[in-house]
Design a protein around this ligand. Structure first.
Ligand SMILES: [Zn+2]
Length: 543
C-alpha cells in the first residue's frame, strides 16, 4: 500500500482475490511487517470474518423448508420464498464460521455421533503449548529478524525477553504449534510404534487458554484396548499400565525423562483449580497413591441398603483422612512438605492399616467404575503422562483413560466441545432483539452477525488461527456427514436461483437444488451393485 495507498483488499483485480487470500499473503510477507503489527492482525480477522458472515447470510437466505410449490406460484408472489426461509437459521447460519458458538455446537453433535457409532474413546489427551520453553521457536523468530541464535544464546534469554519475542510474531508462534501437533501425530502417535495403542479414529480441538496460547484436546479411539468389564478388568489394567504413567521416573536410569516430568508434569494449584464451589481442586490433586493400578468397582446390588451406606461412609472417612495428609505433607509447595514420607509412615500417623486403605480404594462410591493409576507416594502431584508424549512433544501432556459411557457423554464430550458462553449470550440476545423488532430475515441475520463480530475477546494467536485456513480449530477422523431424514416437507432445502426459477415451466415443482437424497432416489436400477447400495453407503462415498 505504501506510499500511495493503492492495492488494498478491495481493489478490482484481473484475478479476483478473496479477503482470506489477500490477508494471508500479507501476514506471510517475508519482511514480517504485517504479522508483527497486532492492529493489522485484528483488522484482518475482522474483515475475513465479516466476509464469511455475509456469505453465510446469503446462503441462509436460500435455505427453505421443502414444501411443494410451483414455479408460477413463486413468481407471482415474491414474498412466498421469503416466508419459507427457515426461521431457525437465525442461529445456525454461523455454523460455518470457525470459533462461533454454533460452530462448536455442530462439533458437539459430530462428537456425540462418533461416540454413538464407534463406542467410547480410549483416551482423552491434552497437549499444551510450552512456547516459552521451546528453543527452536526463538531461533525461528530470530531468523525472521535476520539473526541467528545459538542454543546457548537462547538458554540465556530472560523470561521477559522470551515473552516479548513471542508477542512480536504471533503468526510464527501459532504456525509453529500447529506444525508440532501435526508432526507429533504423523511421526509419533500414528506410527506402528503405537505409543498409546493402535489409533483408529480421533477428534481434535484447539482451545485457547487465558494467556492466549493454544492447547490441543483430543479424543482417541484405539482398536487394541480391551473393554472394561468385571471379567476383563486385568487385561484393561495391563493396557493402561503399558501406556500411561503417573510417577516421577528414576533420576539415575533416565535423567532426561526425570527432568522433563519434573519440568512439565508437576501440578501446582492455581485459580482455575477452584472453579467449582466446595471442590478444592477440580483436577483432583493431590491424587491418592497406590502401589498398583486399581479399578474400583461399584458395590453389588445384592447388599442391603444399610450395609451399603455404612460401607460407603467408612470408605469416605478413610480416603478423606489420607487425602488431607497428602494435601499437607506431600505437596511440595506446602510448609509441612516431607519428601521422605512412606506409605507406612502415613498409615501409622493416621491410625489406619494398609489393608483398610486398599480396601477403601477398591470400592467405587457410585454405580460406575473408578480408576486409581499406579502412583508412588512421591508422585501425588504428578499429572498423568505418556513417555512418547512428553519426550516427543516437550510440553505438559495429559492422558486420561476414558472407560465410562455416562461420564464420557456428560463430562468429557461437553468439556471437549464447550463454547464461550459470553459470546453465545450476545448472539442469543441479538436473535431475541431481531425477533421483537420484527426485522426481516436478512436484517435479523445481519444483526446477529454483528453481535458476534463485536462481542468476542480474542487473543492474537487465536486471531491468526481464524485468519489462516491451514490452521484448523477442529479435526475429525473419520469425517461425519449430517443427513436430514425428516419428512420431506420438513427437510431444509436450498432454493434455485432467481434465474433458474425464471426458466422453469409454470406448473413445475422443481424449485429446489438437487440434494443427496434426491440423487439417491434416481440411482440407476439396472446396475444391481448400485441399486443395492443403501443410503448411508452412498453418503460415505461423499466423505
Ligand atoms: Zn489444583
Amino acid at each position: 500500500m505504501f506510499p500511495k495507498g493503492r492495492f488494498g483488499y478491495q481493489v478490482e483485480r484481473e484475478v479476483k482475490l478473496s479477503p482470506v487470500k489477500y490477508f494471508n499473503a500479507r501476514l506471510l510477507h517475508y519482511s514480517g511487517r504485517f504479522a508483527t503489527n497486532p492492529e493489522y492482525l485484528f483488522f484482518a480477522r475482522f474483515i475475513i470474518e465479516q466476509k464469511k458472515i455475509s456469505d453465510s447470510i446469503n446462503i441462509a437466505l436460500t435455505k427453505v423448508h421443502g414444501q411443494s410449490l410451483t414455479a408460477s406460484h413463486l413468481r407471482s408472489n415474491a414474498q412466498s420464498l421469503q416466508n419459507l426461509i427457515c426461521q431457525d437459521q437465525a442461529y445456525l447460519f454461523l455454523r460455518q464460521i470457525p470459533g462461533t458458538p454454533p460452530y462448536w455446537q455442530k462439533f458437539m453433535y459430530e462428537v456425540v455421533a462418533m461416540v454413538k457409532q464407534l463406542g467410547i474413546p480410549t483416551w482423552f489427551m491434552t497437549l499444551s503449548c510450552a512456547d516459552l520453553r521451546w528453543p527452536e521457536l526463538f531461533q525461528i523468530i530470530a531468523r525472521t529478524k535476520g539473526m541467528n541464535l545459538t542454543n546457548e544464546q537462547v538458554e540465556a534469554l530472560s523470561y521477559n525477553d522470551r515473552c516479548s519475542m513471542l508477542n512480536l510474531n504471533p503468526v510464527v508462534v501459532a504456525k509453529h504449534f500447529q506444525y508440532k501437533v501435526e508432526t507429533f501425530f504423523t511421526e509419533v502417535l500414528l506410527t506402528t510404534a503405537n505409543p498409546i495403542g493402535k489409533i483408529v479414529h480421533y477428534a481434535l480441538r484447539i482451545e485457547f487458554q487465558m494467556r492466549g496460547s493454544p492447547d490441543l484436546h483430543a479424543l482417541m479411539w484405539t482398536s487394541d484396548c480391551p473393554k472394561l468389564t468385571h471379567e476383563n478388568k486385568q487385561a484393561y489394567i495391563e493396557f493402561i499400565d503399558n501406556h500411561v504413567q503417573a510417577c516421577i521416573p528414576n533420576r539415575e536410569t533416565d535423567p532426561q525423562l526425570h527432568e522433563l516430568v519434573q519440568t512439565y508434569q508437576n501440578h501446582n494449584h492455581s485459580k482455575t483449580c477452584r472453579k467449582y464451589k466446595n471442590v478444592p481442586c477440580r483436577f483432583n490433586f493431590g491424587q491418592l497413591f497406590t502401589k498398583k493400578t486399581i479399578v474400583a468397582e461399584p458395590l453389588s446390588d445384592n447388599i442391603p441398603e444399610e450395609v451399603k451406606s455404612n460401607t460407603l461412609t467408612r470408605r469416605k472417612e478413610i480416603l478423606h483422612l489420607v487425602k488431607e495428609k497428602i494435601d499437607n505433607a506431600l505437596n511440595p509447595n506446602k510448609p509441612d512438605y516431607d519428601s521422605k514420607l512412606t506409605e507406612a509412615d502415613i498409615f501409622s500417623s493416621l491410625g489406619i492399616s494398609e489393608e483398610q486403605y486398599y480396601w477403601a480404594l477398591s470400592i467405587s462410591p457410585d454405580s460406575h467404575y473408578e480408576l486409581h493409576l499406579k502412583r508412588p507416594v512421591d508422585s501425588c502431584f504428578i499429572n498423568n503422562y505418556f513417555v512418547a508424549g512428553i519426550k516427543g512433544f516437550a510440553a505438559n501432556v495429559d492422558l486420561q483413560p476414558v472407560f465410562d459411557h455416562y461420564k464420557c457423554v456428560t463430562y468429557v464430550c461437553s468439556y471437549f466441545t464447550k463454547d464461550e458462553t459470553e459470546c453465545s449470550q450476545a448472539i442469543m440476545n441479538a436473535a431475541k432483539e431481531a425477533k421483537t423488532a420484527n426485522l426481516n430475515v436478512k436484517d435479523g441475520l445481519r444483526k446477529i452477525g454483528a453481535a458476534f463480530l463485536s462481542s468476542r475477546e480474542v487473543s492474537s494467536q487465536e486471531c491468526v488461527y481464524r485468519c489462516m485456513p491451514e490452521l484448523w480449530l477442529r479435526k475429525i477422523f473419520p469425517k461425519t456427514l449430517f443427513v436430514s431424514t425428516d419428512l420431506p416437507e420438513k427437510r431444509v432445502r436450498v432454493a434455485k436461483t432467481q434465474q433458474e426459477l425464471d426458466a422453469l415451466d409454470n406448473d413445475s415443482t422443481d424449485i429446489y437444488k438437487s440434494n443427496i437424497i434426491e440423487r439417491y432416489m434416481i440411482r440407476p436400477n439396472c446396475i444391481p451393485t448400485v441399486d443395492n447400495l443403501c443410503f448411508s453407503r452412498i453418503c460415505c462415498t461423499l466423505l
